[in-house]
Design a protein around this ligand. Structure first.
Ligand SMILES: [Cu+2]
Length: 401
């Protein structure tokens, strides 16, 4: 297939771009049409080993047909962290309705919420979610944001009202945009996938499975102060817990929607078959830089901050690394090829059978513990390579119990 044919095929599928994902913890959207996503903002609690539940603010997906009163009765105080993963299509019309349900734990606090799509080029200030120059959503009100994303890649979204506080409190999630090239056969005869990270025109960003993982930190004194109607001084910021999708290891390897984590439904487990090309969509909405490693598997960085790594003249500027640096507010698209299953190496077994395990982890050992709880903790998760093949992935971050 020549490049022009590939582009033509890409243009065809653009009209059929699929909207939001349907797995637990992701938003409701109608495939094949404009994406209509309904989110609510409220407060709640998440679970971290070795301490009392952590007070958070967060977004959650709610049924779009319900009234503000019905949503308040059903979902107030049931925030989730991280927010639902939003998967959108290039040039797709996207309507995201945000309803502010108020706070159960802080009825004195009359904060509004907004949605700010970080790194996204929006032509309309009114939909940018920066309250000082735009609008915000007061308690028991709703507002519909409109976007038409033109640039594929991995982004993040967060509340921008009292943003340093509301971001740390948990109103954070990943949003990604599939390229128009999706659905075109790859030019690489070794890969049959028709999913791509970008409009690369050569198949170099094709992947078989993809996973969206948000890096974050928890400064418990800030959360506790918010719960106890106290002030936290952010220059004292020195977080105690380090999370992937709002969970610390070993929570990170529990499947999506695990009953022990009702307010942290998004898993960070990476389950793959030997030879799979795997795309990691990573973003950092903490306030510190993180250095991530995947010992035993080289990582190829193909995108940074929703931009394909190419020079202005089109030269490939992707790179292979053992250590991925990712600063606050930054996103990375990382490809790796899963190794073959090696029965001679250490083999573990779960419900899906024997597998080799690789750790995706922070390089800093201080970020690999849960503050006194023995054993590995913090910002780590597992890549499991199975002997018996898993079925094809149907949604981003799919886990197999
Ligand atoms: Cu907010």
């Amino acid at each position: 297939m020549r490049r022009r044919d590939l582009l033509k095929a890409g243009a065809l599928v653009a009209g059929l771009a699929v909207g939001g994902q349907t797995l637990e913890g992701t938003a409701h959207a109608v495939p094949g049409a404009a994406a209509r996503i309904s989110l609510a903002g409220t407060d709640g609690y998440i679970t971290i080993p070795g301490r009392a539940p952590v007070y958070v603010f967060g977004f959650l997906a709610v049924p779009p047909e319900k009234s503000v009163a019905e949503l308040t009765a059903a979902y107030k105080g049931k925030a989730q962290h991280v927010a639902p993963v939003l998967g959108l299509g290039q040039d797709q019309d996207v309507h995201i309705t945000l309803t502010n349900l108020g706070l159960v734990g802080r009825p004195d606090l009359v904060d509004s919420h907004t949605i700010h799509w970080h790194g996204f080029r929006t032509p309309a200030t009114v939909f940018d979610g920066v309250p000082e120059v735009s609008v915000s959503v007061p308690i028991e009100r709703r507002f519909t944001y409109f976007y038409r994303p033109h640039d594929p890649g991995t982004y993040m979204y967060h509340c921008h009202f009292e943003d340093v506080e509301h971001v740390q409190m948990g109103m954070t999630g990943i949003v990604f945009v599939r390229p128009a090239q999706d659905g075109s056969p790859t030019l690489d005869p070794l890969h049959r996938s028709t999913s791509y990270a970008y409009n690369d025109e050569d198949g170099s960003t094709a992947y078989d499975r993809h996973f969206a993982i948000l890096l974050n930190e928890i400064e418990e004194r800030e959360h506790d102060a918010d719960e106890q109607i106290q002030e936290f001084i952010f220059t004292d910021y020195d977080p105690q817990y380090f999370t992937l999708n709002g969970r610390v290891y070993p929570q990170t390897i529990l499947p999506n929607g695990h009953p022990s984590l009702p307010e942290q439904p998004v898993s960070a487990l990476v389950q793959v078959n030997p030879g799979d090309r795997v795309l990691l969509r990573l973003a950092n909405l903490g306030y510190e830089q993180h250095a991530m490693q995947l010992p035993g598997i080289p990582m190829k960085v193909v995108g940074e901050d929703a931009t394909l790594l190419r020079s202005p003249s089109g030269a490939d500027t992707s790179y292979i690394t053992s250590t991925l640096y990712i600063g606050p507010g930054e996103a990375r698209d990382v490809l790796f090829t899963a190794p073959r299953f090696n029965p001679g190496a250490r083999v573990s077994t779960d419900a899906r059978g024997p597998h080799n395990t690789y750790l995706l982890k922070n390089r800093d050992f201080r970020r690999l513990s849960n503050r006194g709880v023995p054993g590995l903790g913090g910002m780590a998760t597992e890549v499991r390579v199975y002997q018996t093949p898993l079925p094809a992935q149907t949604v981003v971050g799919e886990t197999y119990a």
